[in-house]
Design a protein around this ligand. Structure first.
Ligand code: NDP
Length: 299
């Protein structure tokens, strides 16, 4: 169920839960609560956030704050909670990218929304080519020194700045715990660009986001576009992604899965978990049923 995160002391569940979609004010609170509780009750100890998750941005963290108070407070030490800053969160010049000003203010806001004293993991959500990386990285180091985060992570940074970040953080006694990148059967950049290998060699964990390609690598779109699906919103997942080639690929996966008793989603998740150096897959879910299906990959 758990894998060591790189060469750290931290164990993470092979399947972790992401709160990007389905946990904001645009989703029914009781459904979000049921998914979150099901996850924790089945060993999913790692919940992943960013400042801007949910509609409106921040509402996923705020709803989790309510869950902390109502359900999870007694279990705080059993949970590994991450958040991030990097993308646009508030108006003006201090509400995005990688300045110390933005990262520090954003982390304070996230802690307030989630009603937490600290997060387990704080990420730089994206590389900022216009801010000296020392400024961004020192903000991460200081977040740890101030007791607001226990570990730090990097998400979506290209390989060269990632290498520099690894050195900087090591030299400041806050080693990089984990890299968060998009990896699934349809998007293999972290493998092709050498990021996964670099993390493995350096003892840095790797967590794969959008492991199901936002639902493309499931049975969700085999027979059309369900009205309640992410694709129906035509926002982050466009209907043009549902091509005849994709459907052929899905039918192949379906046939392959039948031989091993796995669903398409389970085939897709297992493929990632089989890659050397992967610590965890970070799934999303709009129902308990979906999460249950995904968790069966590792049961
Ligand atoms: P997935 O690829 O797991 O897609 C989740 C969606 O797929 C669900 O919302 C659901 O779609 C569908 N789905 C999930 N399981 C099943 C199933 N068993 N059967 C059928 N359909 C299923 O991940 P996300 O794209 O949601 O990303 C996961 C997490 O990764 C995020 O919450 C976030 O924490 C992180 N992330 C990080 C990013 C970064 O920049 N660091 C960027 C993106 C994500 P539907 O809602 O239509 O039912």
């Amino acid at each position: 169920m758990y894998t060591r995160c790189g060469k750290s002391g931290v164990l993470l569940p092979k399947v972790s839960l992401g709160f990007w979609h389905n946990f904001g004010d645009d989703a029914p609170f009781e459904r979000s609560r049921a998914i979150t509780r099901y996850a924790f009750d089945h060993g999913v100890t790692h919940f992943d956030f960013a400042n801007n998750y949910g509609v409106p941005g921040g509402s996923a963290e705020a709803n989790f704050g309510r869950l902390m108070d109502e359900d999870f407070r007694p279990y705080r030490d059993e949970l590994f909670i991450s958040t991030k800053a990097g993308y646009g969160m508030w108006d003006g010049p201090y509400g995005e990218w990688g300045s110390r000003k933005y990262l520090m203010s954003s982390l304070d806001q996230s802690l307030k929304r989630m009603r937490l004293e600290y997060v387990d993991l704080f990420y730089s959500h994206r590389y900022d080519p216009d801010t000296p990386i020392e400024e961004t990285l020192q903000a991460l180091v200081d977040a740890v020194r101030m007791g607001k985060a226990l570990y730090v992570g990097i998400s979506n940074w290209p390989l060269e700045p990632l290498k520099a970040a690894t050195e900087y953080l090591k030299a400041h006694d806050v080693p990089l715990l984990i890299y968060q990148g998009r990896l699934n059967m349809l998007n293999r950049e972290p493998i092709e660009e050498g990021i996964l290998d670099f993390c493995r060699e350096q003892g840095i964990g790797f967590i794969a986001y959008s492991p199901l390609a936002q639902g493309l690598l499931t049975d969700r779109y085999l027979n059309g576009i369900p009205a309640n699906s992410r694709m129906a919103q035509e926002n982050f997942l466009k209907s043009e992604r549902r091509t005849p080639e994709l459907l052929d690929y899905l039918h192949q996966l379906e046939a392959q899965g039948k031989a091993s008793g796995r669903t398409i989603a389970q085939e897709a998740l297992q493929w990632i978990l089989d890659q050397k150096g992967v610590t965890s897959v970070l799934v999303g879910a709009s129902s308990v049923e979906q999460l249950k299906n995904n968790l069966q990959t590792i049961q």
